[in-house]
Design a protein around this ligand. Sequence first.
Ligand code: HEM
Ligand code: SF4
Length: 546
Amino acid sequence: MREVTVKQWKWANDPKLHKMELAKLEKDGLDVIDTIVNKYANEGYDSIESTDMDRFKWAGVYQQRPNNGHFMMRVRIPGGIITSEQGRALAEIAKDYGRDLVDVTTRQAIQFHWLTVETLPDIFERLAAVGLSSFEACGDCPRTIVGNPLAGIDPHEAFDTRELVAELEQFFLLNRDFSNLPRKYKMSISANQYNTGHAEINDLAFTPAKKVIDGQEVIGFHVWVGGGLSARPYMAQKLDVFCPQDEVVKVAAGVTTVFRDFGYREKRHYARLKYLVANWGVDKFKEELVKVTGPLESAGEDLYKGWNAGYFYGIHEQKQAGLYYAGLSVPVGRMNADELIQLAQLAETYGDGTIGTCNSQNVLIRNIPASKVEQFKQEPLIVNRFKLKPNTFVGYAVSCTGNEYCNLAIVETKERMRSLAEYLDDTVELDTPVRIHMVGCPNSCGQRQIADIGLQGALLKTDEGMISAFDVHVGGTLGLDQARFNQRLKARIEADRLGPFLAQLIGSYKEERIEGESYWQYVERVGVEHIQAQADQIIEGAKLGG
Ligand code: HEM
Ligand code: SF4
């Protein structure tokens, strides 16, 4: 049960601690869960103290715009796999309390909106009853562990990571040794060779690797630290460490301990692990790590080959002969409760009852026998909504929450990205993906930096006053030896003109690309100045044309 002893952390007496750190020392974030259940849920929104409102994040709950008593909640989906029973429980919560809205997020979690504090205890119980939790899905603690939604069935995985994800989740969730980190902390673990875990943008990531140790080939992981997006994005860097499968928890605990004890706690925007890693360098980081873990093997050979960006559309063979998985499109990750219930039903009727959530904000159904594939393809939900082969732009559009619910947003994004993608599908004929990500502010929840084209909300001064606009970034990707963040063009485009602007920009790519060249590769080859010149011409042309 609850721990009552107050920990004496090494940093507790540092006079320069940020005020949020003082609040965390006074009352651990996790203690707010009890207060919500026993006090605030009974006494209502107006009784919530402002310092506790910050701590709500440790319960996985965040105030939603316009701060008038409604909350968003993020539910952890470790490794991006749920059962149909869990899917139904999530759908029922959305139906009963969340105005029917379910969002799949860019870190494979599920988000609800419109919750009130009175409903939270019941939601916590409903989640716990099916083995799910929202705790620590936000806050300065270990968040949802992202991974491979195909784990266990994946022809491209070095081994099945499901048990390791479960072990990590069990180790970190509600663990008071790690509930007061300097800042949010994101872990990724995937043995898929195509980086389904988006390793480079996580604080700590495990990617598949092998090494000969004492004459035996061992399959395990390489370990990456210090990645993250937001206003100052960093790619994670590979430590000179090979981690056998049975040492994952030890290494993860070690890295997290180093972050907890040495991470910066003076400025909130300078507290993520990425700053410590950037300042120390990976060699010093490893030196500190082994002081916690004991000796570690040096790095071996990568089994990590490329990047699939979390997309799995269509029907594909599994590693088990005769079984297939189906990758489905959920436009900008948003569905309603009934659709999730239907998805759970389809997972049971055709698959083994498991559903995968993808960091591309999509879903998949696992373990469909060959004999059922044709009938599955005819299901109305699949034909009409969660398509196996979505249109190019709708299929590869990602969006953050935006100003519909998010306090930090400068502009609306979710609906706008959806209609923009539809416009592009109607206007530009293209059969290869261009991944477009839209975010409403520099925090980059929609991961705009890794998109082929990243659109970031901003304001533009016009004669009629300030209007919504977007800064355009081009050429982002992840993947071994190729990962790079996209670069900003000098082009702030009015929201209403985004469609025609992008249609022309992508039209130029279509004309100039060489066979098989993705948009980021094209940007790499022709150079950003070339794209800038295209953008200038489009903007000029639009002006001339009125
Ligand atoms: C200071 C406030 C916030 C910051 C700095 C922030 C930043 C971020 C960043 C950098 C990511 C993911 C990228 C990565 O992997 O590193 C993220 C994820 C996300 N954020 Fe935020 N965010 C904030 C508040 C919010 C709010 C208010 C909302 C919505 C109401 C929101 C919604 C999301 C969503 C949906 C994701 C994907 C998360 C997941 O699956 O766990 N964020 N955020
Ligand atoms: S990117 Fe900004 S606007 Fe979008 S959800 Fe995140 S914090 Fe909100």
